[in-house]
Design a protein around this ligand. Sequence first.
Ligand code: ADP
Length: 484
Amino acid sequence: MKCPRVLHVASEMAPLVKLGGLGDVVGSLPAALREVGVDARIVLPAYPGLFERLEAQNLSCAPTGKSVHVALDWRVYSAPLWETSVNNTPVYLLEQPELFADPEVYPRETTPLATLPFAFLSLAALEIPGALEWTPDIFHVHDWPGALVPAALKWHRHYRNRRGDYETVLTIHNLAHQWITTPNALNIWGFVKESFTIEGIEFYGGINALKGGILAADAITTVSPRYAWEIQTPQGGMGLDGVLASCRGKIQGILNGLDYTVWNPETDPLLPAPYSIEDLSGKTLCRKALLQACGWEENDRPLLVFVGRLVEQKGVDILLAAMEDLLSLGTRVLILGSGHPIYERVLQEESRRYQDLLHVHAGYDETLAHLLYAGGDMLLMPSLFEPCGLSQLIALRYGTVPLVRAVGGLADTIIDVDGSPDGNGFLFSDYTPHELRRVVERALSHWHDREQWKIIVRHGMEQDFSWKHSAETYKALYLRLLGN
Ligand code: ADP
């Protein structure tokens, strides 16, 4: 059987550049694919500071001596290709400092010029087979930043002639971001005008790059099975439900895995004390360290932790509205997140109001995140929508029981304790502060029975959400596309 050669086109890859779960996935899936016999490689922009970060992590990086050249906006942009290896996976870096100049990675605006770096990323990926000796069979692209790869193979003046050479897979990590821009983008990118139709890349008089990618890709995956279904409904489709439903035959949900080489309480170097299912005493020490980090004394209240972006998607609105209730139930709440300045400000204000009960750390802090997962008792994840969610998988591994809304990947991974003897967490459905309070109440009624709580913790810690199974599923998809 042929070993599929797959080039992942992505805008993030942990540990080099990570803004959310997408970075985690691209940082671990290709390595897992290599272990099951797929020649997976990655192409990534060399953002400002990336070479320095490689050096700081003792990762060697060398020029390939080859460059790619892409025509965009009536001129040619070139990028020397560098090669490094992360987790035994070859990573090609595009050095184009004129375009990749923003240390924040994503532009605030979606005008064709503000998003030109990502048009370049896709078209440059299509130039890699000509530049290097290695040629992929499949381009596997991630979210809107890679969406122009399949779209260009269908509608770009130059690249559409190469359509037959490659298969394309588009993974939707989050449908909320679609790259909607103005029609002059087509000229700037070099797309033929026939693409500007309702069956093409046109979207309410503008351009929607993700829509183009969805229509043009040979296969679409979402990061959980439930999300594959949700995005085909008006509630979850973000305006693309009709388009997605029309492609349902090529959509498949494949649950994200978790990188257990990073997320393992037995070996985690960021924890003050390791622990395992057999011996949870280290978790008690982590709890102590966490209380100390907050400047709190132990008072035996359960610790409810939240780690995530402070944006509407993560359910911050109902969390804020329910906060007083949750604290009055006898809990303490710890929040680590960055995101919308208004949420950050209001949460900070609330933490000053409930000094001994609510702690808020606004910002991105990897070490503190590990300590929260380890030292917490329960994880709050009241998401409005959640394509997969990694935080609940991490919490399960760290013996912190997830309390989550039954959407997307949360519904696929959490089994309610009150509905099954195998329960690993608690679910609620309606997106209201009242329902959030009720789920915390239910969890607390079990928490007070410490022996039963240990069983729930054990169920979560025993589960296997590693990449192995998902990597095999992706491999089967690749082989199917290649006709094996
Ligand atoms: P999303 O991709 O929507 O942001 P996920 O749950 O899939 O959400 O993944 C979020 C990842 O980012 C997790 O690994 C989580 O621990 C991490 N994370 C989110 N916010 C922070 C933060 N403020 N500090 C440290 N890690 C964070």
